[in-house]
Design a binder for this molecule. Structure first.
Ligand code: G6P
Ligand code: MG
Length: 218
C-alpha cells in the first residue's frame, strides 16, 4: 500500500525547470556550446556542477576552464536563476498541484522533497507550501546526485516509510532512474521523464489525482 510521496520540485511542483533551462542556455552561449533540446533534457535534475560539466562536455570545452573558473560559471548561473525565482508566488504552482497536495494531505499521505536544488527551501517558502512536507532532503548531504538513488532513499527515510510504500514524482529522466533504483514506484511527468520508462506516466500535472494514480496501478 502506498503511504507516501517523494517529490521532485523543479518541473513537478512549479515551473522552475524552465528557469534553470533559461539560465543554463545563457551559460552555454557564454562558453560556446550549441544549445539543443536534447541537451536541455539531459540537464534536467542534475546537480549544479554536473549540469555545467555536461554543457562543457557537449561543446568539447571541458579542458578550457580551471576548476575555479568552473565554480564561477556555476555561481553566475545561480545568480541569474535566483533573480528569476524572486518573482515566484503561491500562484505559481503547476496546474493541479495545489489540489493534489491538498488531496494527499487530507487522505493522510506523508510527503517529502527530493530536489537536488540548493534553492529548494526558498522556493517552497515563496510558494507557501513548506508545511505540506514532513521532510526536505538536504542536497549538500548527498555523495552522488540523480540518477543515483541516494536522494530518493533519503526522502523515503525522512518519512520512515519503506520503498514499496512510496511513489516518487519526477519530470527528469535522471530522476525517474533515481526513483526506480531506490525501489520506489516512479511517476514520470512529461516527455523527458517518459524516456526513462516510469512505472506511471502523466503528460501533464493537471491529470495527476489519487484516482488517476490508482487507475494506472491496476
Ligand atoms: C534540480 C533541477 C536541476 C538543477 C538542480 C540544482 O534538480 O532540476 O536543473 O541543476 O536542482 O539546483 P541548484 O538550484 O542548486 O543549482
Ligand atoms: Mg525536476
Amino acid at each position: 500500500d502506498i503511504k507516501g510521496m517523494t517529490f521532485d520540485l523543479d518541473g513537478v511542483i512549479t515551473d522552475t525547470a524552465s528557469f534553470h533551462e533559461k539560465a543554463w542556455h545563457q551559460t552555454a552561449n557564454e562558453v560556446g556550446t550549441v544549445w539543443t533540446q536534447a541537451l536541455a533534457d539531459q540537464l534536467k535534475g542534475l546537480s549544479r556542477m554536473d549540469s555545467l560539466a555536461l554543457i562543457l562536455k557537449a561543446g568539447h570545452h571541458e579542458d578550457d576552464y580551471t576548476q575555479a573558473e568552473k565554480v564561477s560559471l556555476a555561481e553566475k548561473k545561480n545568480r541569474y536563476y535566483q533573480q528569476l525565482i524572486t518573482k515566484l508566488t503561491a500562484d505559481d504552482l503547476l496546474p493541479g498541484i495545489g489540489a493534489f497536495l491538498n488531496e494527499l494531505r487530507s487522505a493522510g499521505y506523508r510527503m517529502s522533497i527530493a530536489s537536488a536544488s540548493k534553492n529548494a527551501v526558498t522556493i517552497l517558502k515563496q510558494l507557501q507550501i513548506t508545511d505540506y512536507f514532513q521532510g526536505i532532503v538536504d542536497p549538500a548531504s548527498l555523495s552522488a546526485g540523480k540518477p543515483d538513488p541516494e536522494i530518493f532513499i533519503k526522502a523515503g527515510e525522512l518519512l520512515a516509510l519503506p520503498p514499496m510504500a512510496l511513489i516518487g514524482l519526477e519530470d527528469a529522466a535522471a530522476g525517474v532512474q533515481s526513483i526506480k533504483a531506490a525501489g520506489q514506484t516512479a511517476l514520470g511527468i512529461g516527455l523527458a521523464a517518459k524516456k526513462a520508462e516510469p512505472d506511471l506516466y502523466f503528460d501533464r500535472t493537471q491529470d495527476i489525482t489519487l484516482a488517476a494514480i490508482h487507475d494506472k496501478m491496476n
